[in-house]
Design a protein around this ligand. Structure first.
Ligand SMILES: CC(C)(COP(=O)(O)OP(=O)(O)OC[C@H]1O[C@@H](n2cnc3c(N)ncnc32)[C@H](O)[C@@H]1OP(=O)(O)O)[C@@H](O)C(=O)NCCC(=O)NCCS
Length: 212
């Protein structure tokens, strides 16, 4: 997975989807977990977003280069609004509930109402890696997606050199389904992606185990 939608769709970041998708307003939800608040993005998040996406370590396995222009954050925020208006998905800012610090974001995009499918994406500040933040936030968003969007399947694509992200997906119950060979070229560097999928029945099973 990479920017808003996933590993293979960052070009869409700059392409309006309004008019090409079913127009269904999909307001971004407010969700909470023991340590986190997930909320709709606000214009005031632009500076923190730029810090996150201009960090080369964070962007190492992304499907596009680290940001160098602060205006990229405004484009990102506009795209969040567009996703909500076009009903193609939702991207949520993730902040620590204890102090409101912005940690990153997660998203369900490429929502297909007919197929009941969507794509999971996420990105976090390297200062909080390894604390279970990505998994905790994604779990809340997936629960919302399976419940409120009635999803049947969620997909995610991961650079095969990014074991932390693959591990997040596996902890959530995703299964690795295959490899997309040499499907990304960033700054001349070619990479492969793993495709991961999570089915509704697998999610229900995983969630039932977690609550025991
Ligand atoms: C990938 C990313 C989301 C993980 O976030 P996180 O909050 O650190 O994730 P979690 O702490 O919930 O889980 C990470 C897991 O990966 C494991 N891990 C970390 N580095 C690893 C490595 N090099 N090899 C194997 N496992 C690794 C951790 O031990 C942990 O597993 P555990 O709970 O079994 O110990 C975060 O590193 C990130 O935002 N990276 C930059 C953006 C990105 O790559 N997004 C995904 C695009 S596909």
């Amino acid at each position: 997975m990479r920017l808003n939608l996933g590993r293979h769709t960052s070009a869409l970041e700059f392409t309006s989807l309004v008019g090409t998708m079913t127009e269904v307003d999909l307001p971004a939800p407010h969700l909470s977990t023991p340590r986190l608040r997930l909320r709709p993005f606000e214009d005031s998040d632009a500076a923190a977003l730029f810090r996150l996406h201009s960090n080369r370590r964070v962007m190492r396995y992304w499907d596009s280069s680290a940001w160098t222009e602060p205006g990229r954050a405004d484009t990102f925020l506009a795209r969040c609004r567009e996703m909500a208006e076009a009903g193609t998905g939702t991207r949520l800012a993730v902040e620590r509930s204890a102090d409101g610090v912005f940690l990153g974001w997660c998203s369900l995009s490429r929502w297909n109402r007919e197929y009941r499918s969507a794509a999971l994406g996420y990105c976090y500040d390297d200062a909080v890696w390894g604390e279970g933040i990505a998994t905790e936030a994604a779990r809340a968003l997936l629960e919302w997606g399976f419940t409120h969007l009635d999803l049947h399947r969620v997909q995610s694509e991961v650079d095969t050199r990014n074991p932390a992200s693959a591990r997040v997906l596996e902890k959530l119950g995703f299964q690795r389904e295959g490899t997309l060979r040499e499907d990304c070229v960033v700054d001349g560097e070619v990479s492969d992606s793993w495709v991961y999928g999570l089915l509704r029945r697998e999610w229900t099973w995983t969630a039932s185990l977690a609550s025991r």
